[in-house]
Write a protein that binds this ligand. Structure first.
Ligand code: PMP
Length: 290
Protein backbone atom coordinates (compact mmCIF):
# COMPACT_ATOMS: atom_id res chain seq x y z
CA UNK A 1 0.00 0.00 0.00
CA UNK A 2 2.99 2.34 0.13
CA UNK A 3 2.42 2.81 -3.57
CA UNK A 4 -1.41 2.75 -3.46
CA UNK A 5 -2.43 4.76 -6.48
CA UNK A 6 -5.23 7.26 -6.19
CA UNK A 7 -6.50 9.46 -3.44
CA UNK A 8 -7.41 8.83 0.16
CA UNK A 9 -10.02 10.96 1.90
CA UNK A 10 -8.29 12.05 5.11
CA UNK A 11 -10.08 14.25 7.66
CA UNK A 12 -12.10 16.00 5.02
CA UNK A 13 -9.44 16.38 2.31
CA UNK A 14 -8.44 14.21 -0.61
CA UNK A 15 -4.71 13.46 -0.44
CA UNK A 16 -2.51 11.23 -2.60
CA UNK A 17 -2.34 7.75 -1.01
CA UNK A 18 1.38 7.82 -0.03
CA UNK A 19 0.84 11.17 1.77
CA UNK A 20 -1.98 9.90 4.01
CA UNK A 21 0.29 9.30 7.03
CA UNK A 22 -0.18 9.31 10.80
CA UNK A 23 2.05 9.85 13.81
CA UNK A 24 3.70 6.73 15.24
CA UNK A 25 2.38 7.70 18.68
CA UNK A 26 -1.22 7.36 17.59
CA UNK A 27 -3.60 6.05 20.24
CA UNK A 28 -5.43 3.91 17.68
CA UNK A 29 -2.17 2.07 16.92
CA UNK A 30 -1.12 1.48 20.52
CA UNK A 31 -4.47 0.81 22.17
CA UNK A 32 -6.63 -0.29 19.21
CA UNK A 33 -9.00 2.64 19.60
CA UNK A 34 -10.00 2.27 15.98
CA UNK A 35 -13.11 1.11 14.15
CA UNK A 36 -13.45 0.40 10.47
CA UNK A 37 -15.69 -0.81 7.67
CA UNK A 38 -15.27 -3.07 4.67
CA UNK A 39 -17.58 -2.37 1.75
CA UNK A 40 -17.80 -2.96 -1.95
CA UNK A 41 -18.83 -0.74 -4.82
CA UNK A 42 -20.36 -2.45 -7.83
CA UNK A 43 -20.67 -0.51 -11.08
CA UNK A 44 -19.81 2.69 -9.21
CA UNK A 45 -22.40 2.26 -6.42
CA UNK A 46 -21.54 1.17 -2.89
CA UNK A 47 -23.76 -1.68 -1.78
CA UNK A 48 -25.61 -0.79 1.47
CA UNK A 49 -23.55 2.41 1.72
CA UNK A 50 -25.60 4.03 4.48
CA UNK A 51 -25.85 0.83 6.56
CA UNK A 52 -22.04 0.67 6.61
CA UNK A 53 -21.72 4.35 7.61
CA UNK A 54 -24.27 3.83 10.37
CA UNK A 55 -22.40 0.79 11.65
CA UNK A 56 -19.13 2.76 11.62
CA UNK A 57 -20.70 5.49 13.77
CA UNK A 58 -22.21 2.85 16.09
CA UNK A 59 -18.90 1.01 16.43
CA UNK A 60 -17.19 4.29 17.41
CA UNK A 61 -19.87 4.98 20.04
CA UNK A 62 -19.32 1.50 21.51
CA UNK A 63 -15.62 2.42 21.82
CA UNK A 64 -16.68 5.67 23.52
CA UNK A 65 -15.90 8.12 20.76
CA UNK A 66 -17.87 10.14 18.25
CA UNK A 67 -16.86 10.43 14.60
CA UNK A 68 -17.08 14.15 13.79
CA UNK A 69 -19.00 13.55 10.55
CA UNK A 70 -22.63 12.63 10.00
CA UNK A 71 -23.75 9.46 8.23
CA UNK A 72 -24.69 11.58 5.20
CA UNK A 73 -21.22 13.20 5.18
CA UNK A 74 -19.51 9.80 5.41
CA UNK A 75 -21.69 8.47 2.57
CA UNK A 76 -20.77 11.49 0.42
CA UNK A 77 -17.06 11.15 1.25
CA UNK A 78 -17.01 7.45 0.27
CA UNK A 79 -18.72 8.25 -3.03
CA UNK A 80 -16.29 11.09 -3.68
CA UNK A 81 -13.21 8.86 -3.22
CA UNK A 82 -14.57 6.23 -5.59
CA UNK A 83 -15.41 8.85 -8.17
CA UNK A 84 -12.05 10.67 -7.86
CA UNK A 85 -10.21 7.37 -8.16
CA UNK A 86 -12.23 6.57 -11.29
CA UNK A 87 -13.33 3.25 -9.82
CA UNK A 88 -16.47 1.27 -10.58
CA UNK A 89 -15.85 -2.03 -8.79
CA UNK A 90 -13.82 -1.41 -5.67
CA UNK A 91 -13.30 -2.31 -2.05
CA UNK A 92 -13.96 0.63 0.27
CA UNK A 93 -12.24 0.93 3.64
CA UNK A 94 -13.28 3.74 6.02
CA UNK A 95 -11.38 3.82 9.33
CA UNK A 96 -11.81 6.10 12.35
CA UNK A 97 -9.34 6.33 15.22
CA UNK A 98 -8.12 8.29 18.20
CA UNK A 99 -5.15 10.51 17.38
CA UNK A 100 -1.77 11.27 18.94
CA UNK A 101 -2.40 14.14 21.39
CA UNK A 102 -2.11 11.94 24.47
CA UNK A 103 -0.72 8.43 24.81
CA UNK A 104 -1.94 6.54 27.83
CA UNK A 105 -4.94 4.35 28.37
CA UNK A 106 -6.95 7.52 28.80
CA UNK A 107 -7.24 9.62 25.68
CA UNK A 108 -10.18 11.86 26.51
CA UNK A 109 -9.03 14.82 24.47
CA UNK A 110 -7.56 13.06 21.48
CA UNK A 111 -8.75 14.15 18.07
CA UNK A 112 -10.92 11.65 16.21
CA UNK A 113 -9.74 11.05 12.66
CA UNK A 114 -11.48 9.50 9.70
CA UNK A 115 -9.88 8.20 6.52
CA UNK A 116 -11.41 6.44 3.54
CA UNK A 117 -9.37 4.43 1.05
CA UNK A 118 -10.45 2.38 -1.96
CA UNK A 119 -8.60 -0.31 -3.84
CA UNK A 120 -9.14 -3.18 -6.25
CA UNK A 121 -9.88 -6.43 -4.42
CA UNK A 122 -11.69 -8.55 -6.97
CA UNK A 123 -12.03 -11.70 -4.87
CA UNK A 124 -11.37 -12.36 -1.18
CA UNK A 125 -10.83 -16.06 -1.86
CA UNK A 126 -9.49 -17.84 -4.95
CA UNK A 127 -12.36 -17.35 -7.48
CA UNK A 128 -12.33 -21.01 -8.53
CA UNK A 129 -12.48 -22.19 -4.92
CA UNK A 130 -15.40 -19.86 -4.21
CA UNK A 131 -17.66 -22.15 -6.26
CA UNK A 132 -16.00 -25.47 -5.45
CA UNK A 133 -15.82 -24.65 -1.79
CA UNK A 134 -12.96 -23.41 0.34
CA UNK A 135 -11.39 -25.36 3.21
CA UNK A 136 -11.68 -24.02 6.74
CA UNK A 137 -9.53 -24.85 9.72
CA UNK A 138 -10.91 -24.78 13.24
CA UNK A 139 -9.47 -21.73 15.01
CA UNK A 140 -7.62 -22.05 18.30
CA UNK A 141 -9.12 -18.83 19.60
CA UNK A 142 -12.77 -18.37 20.41
CA UNK A 143 -14.93 -15.28 19.99
CA UNK A 144 -14.93 -13.47 23.32
CA UNK A 145 -17.81 -13.40 25.77
CA UNK A 146 -19.85 -10.21 25.17
CA UNK A 147 -18.98 -9.25 28.77
CA UNK A 148 -15.27 -9.40 27.87
CA UNK A 149 -15.12 -7.37 24.66
CA UNK A 150 -17.35 -4.99 22.66
CA UNK A 151 -18.10 -7.79 20.23
CA UNK A 152 -20.85 -6.08 18.25
CA UNK A 153 -18.51 -3.28 17.14
CA UNK A 154 -16.34 -3.64 14.06
CA UNK A 155 -13.37 -2.69 16.18
CA UNK A 156 -9.74 -3.15 15.15
CA UNK A 157 -8.82 -4.80 18.46
CA UNK A 158 -11.18 -7.69 17.88
CA UNK A 159 -9.20 -8.65 14.77
CA UNK A 160 -6.07 -9.58 16.69
CA UNK A 161 -7.38 -13.13 17.22
CA UNK A 162 -8.68 -13.21 13.65
CA UNK A 163 -5.28 -12.48 12.10
CA UNK A 164 -3.56 -15.04 14.34
CA UNK A 165 -6.23 -17.66 13.50
CA UNK A 166 -6.14 -16.91 9.78
CA UNK A 167 -2.32 -17.08 9.65
CA UNK A 168 -2.36 -20.43 11.44
CA UNK A 169 -5.02 -21.72 9.04
CA UNK A 170 -3.02 -20.58 6.00
CA UNK A 171 0.14 -22.23 7.34
CA UNK A 172 -1.83 -25.46 7.68
CA UNK A 173 -3.12 -25.27 4.09
CA UNK A 174 -6.60 -23.84 4.73
CA UNK A 175 -8.16 -20.70 3.26
CA UNK A 176 -9.58 -19.47 6.56
CA UNK A 177 -10.63 -20.62 10.03
CA UNK A 178 -14.01 -21.14 11.63
CA UNK A 179 -14.17 -19.75 15.14
CA UNK A 180 -16.28 -21.04 18.00
CA UNK A 181 -17.82 -18.67 20.48
CA UNK A 182 -16.84 -18.36 24.13
CA UNK A 183 -19.20 -21.23 25.00
CA UNK A 184 -17.87 -23.56 22.30
CA UNK A 185 -20.67 -23.11 19.79
CA UNK A 186 -20.14 -22.35 16.11
CA UNK A 187 -19.71 -18.60 15.65
CA UNK A 188 -18.22 -17.31 12.37
CA UNK A 189 -15.03 -17.06 10.34
CA UNK A 190 -12.21 -14.56 10.77
CA UNK A 191 -13.92 -12.08 8.44
CA UNK A 192 -17.26 -13.58 7.45
CA UNK A 193 -20.44 -15.11 8.88
CA UNK A 194 -21.34 -18.77 8.40
CA UNK A 195 -24.43 -20.69 7.21
CA UNK A 196 -25.34 -24.39 6.89
CA UNK A 197 -28.00 -26.33 4.99
CA UNK A 198 -29.88 -29.39 6.23
CA UNK A 199 -32.96 -30.93 4.58
CA UNK A 200 -33.53 -27.82 2.46
CA UNK A 201 -33.48 -25.49 5.46
CA UNK A 202 -30.83 -22.90 6.26
CA UNK A 203 -29.24 -22.76 9.71
CA UNK A 204 -27.00 -20.02 11.06
CA UNK A 205 -25.70 -19.11 14.53
CA UNK A 206 -27.40 -16.28 16.45
CA UNK A 207 -25.25 -13.15 16.06
CA UNK A 208 -25.12 -12.16 19.72
CA UNK A 209 -21.37 -12.33 20.34
CA UNK A 210 -19.99 -11.58 16.87
CA UNK A 211 -20.67 -9.21 14.01
CA UNK A 212 -24.20 -9.45 12.60
CA UNK A 213 -22.93 -8.90 9.08
CA UNK A 214 -24.70 -6.70 6.57
CA UNK A 215 -24.20 -9.50 4.02
CA UNK A 216 -25.58 -12.01 6.55
CA UNK A 217 -28.77 -9.95 6.87
CA UNK A 218 -28.99 -9.52 3.08
CA UNK A 219 -28.57 -13.25 2.45
CA UNK A 220 -31.19 -14.12 5.08
CA UNK A 221 -33.58 -11.76 3.28
CA UNK A 222 -32.73 -13.25 -0.13
CA UNK A 223 -33.21 -16.80 1.19
CA UNK A 224 -36.61 -15.91 2.67
CA UNK A 225 -37.59 -14.26 -0.63
CA UNK A 226 -36.89 -17.64 -2.27
CA UNK A 227 -39.13 -19.32 0.29
CA UNK A 228 -36.33 -21.00 2.28
CA UNK A 229 -36.74 -21.34 5.98
CA UNK A 230 -33.85 -19.66 7.84
CA UNK A 231 -33.29 -20.85 11.40
CA UNK A 232 -31.07 -18.75 13.68
CA UNK A 233 -30.03 -20.94 16.59
CA UNK A 234 -27.20 -22.29 18.72
CA UNK A 235 -25.12 -24.73 16.63
CA UNK A 236 -22.66 -27.12 18.22
CA UNK A 237 -19.60 -28.42 16.33
CA UNK A 238 -20.88 -32.00 16.87
CA UNK A 239 -23.75 -31.19 14.56
CA UNK A 240 -21.55 -30.33 11.59
CA UNK A 241 -21.78 -33.89 10.21
CA UNK A 242 -25.53 -33.47 9.78
CA UNK A 243 -25.27 -30.53 7.35
CA UNK A 244 -25.04 -31.04 3.58
CA UNK A 245 -23.97 -27.55 2.48
CA UNK A 246 -22.03 -24.74 4.09
CA UNK A 247 -21.27 -21.21 2.92
CA UNK A 248 -19.90 -17.99 4.36
CA UNK A 249 -20.92 -14.37 3.80
CA UNK A 250 -19.20 -11.00 4.04
CA UNK A 251 -18.82 -7.76 2.13
CA UNK A 252 -15.35 -8.85 0.97
CA UNK A 253 -16.05 -12.63 0.79
CA UNK A 254 -19.55 -12.10 -0.71
CA UNK A 255 -21.16 -15.59 -0.73
CA UNK A 256 -18.44 -18.27 -0.76
CA UNK A 257 -19.05 -22.02 -0.67
CA UNK A 258 -17.29 -24.17 1.94
CA UNK A 259 -16.22 -27.74 1.12
CA UNK A 260 -14.48 -28.65 4.34
CA UNK A 261 -14.17 -27.58 7.98
CA UNK A 262 -11.34 -29.55 9.57
CA UNK A 263 -12.61 -33.16 9.14
CA UNK A 264 -16.19 -32.31 8.22
CA UNK A 265 -17.06 -32.33 4.50
CA UNK A 266 -19.76 -30.48 2.60
CA UNK A 267 -20.88 -30.44 -1.02
CA UNK A 268 -21.70 -27.01 -2.40
CA UNK A 269 -25.20 -27.53 -3.72
CA UNK A 270 -28.25 -25.85 -5.17
CA UNK A 271 -29.04 -23.59 -2.23
CA UNK A 272 -25.50 -22.21 -1.98
CA UNK A 273 -25.40 -21.67 -5.74
CA UNK A 274 -28.82 -20.03 -5.74
CA UNK A 275 -27.83 -17.59 -3.00
CA UNK A 276 -24.50 -16.82 -4.69
CA UNK A 277 -26.43 -15.90 -7.85
CA UNK A 278 -29.09 -13.96 -5.95
CA UNK A 279 -26.41 -12.01 -4.08
CA UNK A 280 -24.61 -11.19 -7.33
CA UNK A 281 -27.89 -9.88 -8.75
CA UNK A 282 -28.75 -7.97 -5.57
CA UNK A 283 -25.49 -5.98 -5.47
CA UNK A 284 -25.91 -4.65 -9.00
CA UNK A 285 -26.36 -0.86 -9.01
CA UNK A 286 -30.00 0.01 -8.57
CA UNK A 287 -29.77 2.86 -11.06
CA UNK A 288 -28.66 0.42 -13.75
CA UNK A 289 -31.19 -2.23 -12.79
CA UNK A 290 -34.03 0.32 -12.94
N1 PMP B 1 -17.57 -11.22 10.83
C1 PMP B 1 -16.37 -10.62 10.79
C2 PMP B 1 -15.37 -10.92 11.86
C3 PMP B 1 -16.06 -9.74 9.75
O1 PMP B 1 -14.87 -9.14 9.70
C4 PMP B 1 -17.02 -9.50 8.73
C5 PMP B 1 -16.68 -8.58 7.59
N2 PMP B 1 -16.97 -7.25 7.93
C6 PMP B 1 -18.25 -10.15 8.81
C7 PMP B 1 -18.50 -11.00 9.88
C8 PMP B 1 -19.31 -9.91 7.77
O2 PMP B 1 -19.81 -8.61 7.86
P1 PMP B 1 -20.39 -7.84 6.61
O3 PMP B 1 -21.31 -8.78 5.93
O4 PMP B 1 -21.11 -6.68 7.21
O5 PMP B 1 -19.25 -7.45 5.76
Amino acid sequence: FDQLPGMIWFDGKLVPGPEAKIHVLTHGLHYASAVFEGERAYGGEIFKCTEHSERLKRSANILDFEIPYSVAEIDAAKRLVIEKNGMKDAYVRPIAWRGSEQLGVSAQGNKIHLAIATWQWPSYFDPEQRLKGIKLDLAEYRRPDPRTAPCLAKAAGLYMICTVSKHRAERRGYADAMMLDWEGRVAECTGANIFFVKDGKIHTPIADCFLDGITRKTVIELAKRRGFEVIERRILPDELTSFSECFITGSAAEVTAVAEIADWKFTPGTITKQLMDDYTAEVQPKSRAA
